[in-house]
Design a protein. Structure first.
Length: 151
């Protein structure tokens, strides 16, 4: 079973935003010391920023750098720029960083699919923005970590 942590903060750029999530995952004993560097390198090669209408990035790396499964969700007070997943030459403002530390490759794909399915709903971001930190954690756990990713 995966864990999910929600943090809030500020970052000057995508690297700082990624560092915030990786540091929390490391503090919780979920990832190895090299997790941040590996996520950063992967993000440079395979960007994870979604689209202009969806200010979310989903950085991750391979299971070799993970101790126990978890997701760290960062809600930024001010967006930072990430390269777009579908067009690395373009950037997108990102307000939410969902850093995935997963051991199971099939679960990895399923969680990414749940994230994208949830975010396709126009009300999803409004729901996330309006939620307190505690409610956001409950919401994301329900959407991403339950058996069906549904209510």
């Amino acid at each position: 079973m995966s864990e999910l942590f929600v943090i809030e903060g500020e970052a000057e750029n995508w690297q700082e935003a990624l560092r915030l999530t990786a540091d929390r995952l490391q503090q919780e004993g979920c990832v190895k010391d090299d997790f941040y560097e590996c996520c950063k390198k992967r993000e440079e090669e395979y960007p994870t920023g979604l689209t202009e209408n969806c200010p979310v990035a989903i950085p991750h790396t391979t299971k070799d750098h993970v101790i126990k499964q978890a997701i760290c969700a960062l809600r930024l007070r001010h967006p930072v720029m990430f390269q777009r997943m579908d067009d690395p030459d373009e950037q997108v403002e990102v307000k939410y960083v969902l850093n995935l530390a997963l051991l199971d490759d099939s679960e990895h794909v399923e969680i990414i699919a749940r994230v994208i399915r949830y975010l396709k709903d126009d009300s999803a971001l409004k729901e996330m923005d309006a939620a307190s930190k505690e409610d956001l954690e409950k919401l994301l756990k329900n959407k991403f970590l339950t058996a069906k990713g549904e209510d």
